[in-house]
Design a protein around this ligand. Structure first.
Ligand SMILES: O=C(CO)[C@@H](O)[C@H](O)[C@H](O)[C@H](O)COP(=O)(O)O
Ligand SMILES: [Zn+2]
Length: 194
């Protein structure tokens, strides 16, 4: 057990360090795109599977409610929460369409789609980014894997933050770090220094 704990710590720190070194500029670019979206009256649509579905909800809650300061709500929606919509699309069409159909229903050209996939290969995330691009939305992705390009999700999105790690758990840990940082950057930029 000792060894598992030590290895987990080393791998988690390594993943975080590699991400910050590689993605500092893209992280800031994405925060700027989010700021632009919100200032133009657009909204941020966030989606992913499993732990990334939880991330989508976590992030939307920070935007809508608060992160570091009490301020007016910012427009963000997680596409992972409406079980009626998700089960009807999954049941009548395909699980691959559960996010794409919601993007088609809710997305406007001034909005930003943020897909989260540790493998970069989840078809429902790929389809949703494709749907967002068809609408003319800004698109972004949080991905993982050592190929560097974030798989098909990463290649499709306009801006990709890829975590160069192998283990899903560490990719997810760094995703949460990036998500919180994005909330902080956007909140500070729109509402001033806090
Ligand atoms: O949280 C975890 C693993 O830590 C899982 O629930 C994981 O998110 C699920 O297997 C997802 O379906 C993986 O999808 P993706 O990140 O490859 O797009
Ligand atoms: Zn997990």
């Amino acid at each position: 057990m000792e060894q598992i704990v030590s290895e987990a710590l080393i791998n988690a720190v390594k993943a975080q360090e590699a991400f910050v070194n590689e993605s500092r500029k893209t992280l800031i670019d994405l925060a700027c795109q989010m700021v632009k979206t919100l200032r133009q009256g657009g909204k941020i649509l966030i989606f992913g599977n499993g732990g990334s579905a939880a991330d989508a909800q976590h992030m939307a809650a920070e935007f809508v409610n608060r992160f570091l300061i009490n301020r007016r709500p910012m427009a963000a929606i997680a596409l992972t929460t409406d079980t009626s919509t998700i089960t009807s699309i999954g049941n009548d069409f395909s699980f691959d369409e559960i996010f794409a159909k919601q993007v088609q229903a809710l997305g406007k050209p001034e909005d930003l789609a943020l897909g989260i996939s540790t493998s970069g290969g989840s078809v429902n995330v790929i389809r949703a980014i494709e749907a967002a691009k068809t609408i003319g939305m800004r698109t972004a992705a949080l991905t993982g894997g050592v190929t560097g390009d974030g798989g098909e999700v990463g290649r499709l999105a306009d801006l990709t933050l890829n975590v160069p790690a192998v283990k899903t758990q560490h990719i997810q840990e760094v995703h949460l770090f990036a998500e919180h940082l994005l909330c902080e950057l956007v909140e500070r930029e729109i509402f001033g220094e806090v």
